[in-house]
Write a protein that binds this ligand. Structure first.
Ligand code: HPA
Length: 252
């Protein structure tokens, strides 16, 4: 598909698929695709488990845009750069975006392989896409409460356990230390990851409606006797991604 065809389709809803969650796009039935490299200002991810393309699908008779793969601050990019895809979506008329990611579980009542609806975030990345302005955007409801309710209703409908909580964003690219995880828990974080927050801030600043879902791929460092490996994170994401696809299809 050409870039113009994507623009002409005028999707109003988009879903950003995180680590190992690319297969979720298949569940929607891929209609056509455009590589990020073919979109001015965007470029492909360098991280294994992240493709770099937009996929156009139809859902309930409406076009929906899926972003397979995202850029991260830990690749050495600025917060402005990692949010270029959000500004592109806004430009072509996208009004609401679901941001998904892989995250480490901190809250003891969660389970690995489960999903957490992001109700709020803590930005510990030390940067923001709004550096240089525009300033002082309200962030008291980054993740739409109305949309959260829809996700909860959809999870009940399909019989899926949906956790809810606060996502803490760390810069990465290394995983956290056990001491950092104890700190995050004290700060009120329920899950930890290295993405999503810059995109959520940018999308809100542009007036888009935002929802966030974390796939809990592992216990955060020090909570269980284990070490963390990216390959495992991607692997859990693949299996549990099927649940995420069902939830997204029911809620969006
Ligand atoms: N920490 C940070 N990012 C992550 C994790 C984690 O434990 N799991 C998946 N992404």
């Amino acid at each position: 598909m050409s870039l113009t065809a994507l623009q002409n389709a005028r999707p109003e809803t988009a879903i950003v698929l995180g680590s190992g969650l690319g297969a979720v796009a298949e569940a929607f039935g891929i209609e056509s695709e455009v590589a990020y490299a073919d979109v001015p200002g965007l470029s492909a991810s360098t991280v294994p488990g992240h493709a770099g393309r937009f996929v156009l699908a139809q859902h309930h008779g409406k076009p929906i845009l899926l972003a397979q793969g995202r850029r991260h601050l830990y690749e050495g990019l600025t917060a402005h750069e990692v949010t270029a895809s959000i500004r592109f979506m806004h430009e072509i008329g996208v009004k609401r975006v679901v941001l998904t990611n892989a995250a480490g579980a901190i809250h003891e009542s969660f389970h690995v392989g489960g999903l957490m609806l992001i109700t709020d975030h803590i930005n510990l990345q030390g940067t923001t896409p709004l550096l240089g302005g525009p300033n002082f955007h309200d962030m008291s409801e980054v993740y739409s409460r109305a949309w959260c309710e829809k996700f909860h209703a959809a999870s009940l409908e399909i019989g899926l356990k949906l956790h809810a909580g606060v996502y803490a964003a760390m810069l990465g690219p290394q995983y956290e230390t056990p001491a950092e995880i104890r700190m995050l828990r004290t700060l009120g974080a329920d899950a930890v990851g290295m993405s999503t927050v810059p995109e959520a801030i940018q999308a809100r600043a542009l007036g888009m409606e935002v929802a966030g879902i974390s796939m809990l791929t592992n216990w955060a460092a020090g909570l269980r006797a284990q070490t963390l490996h990216h390959a495992e994170v991607v692997e859990v994401g693949k299996t549990a991604g099927m649940y995420l696809a069902r939830l997204l299809k029911a809620a969006v």
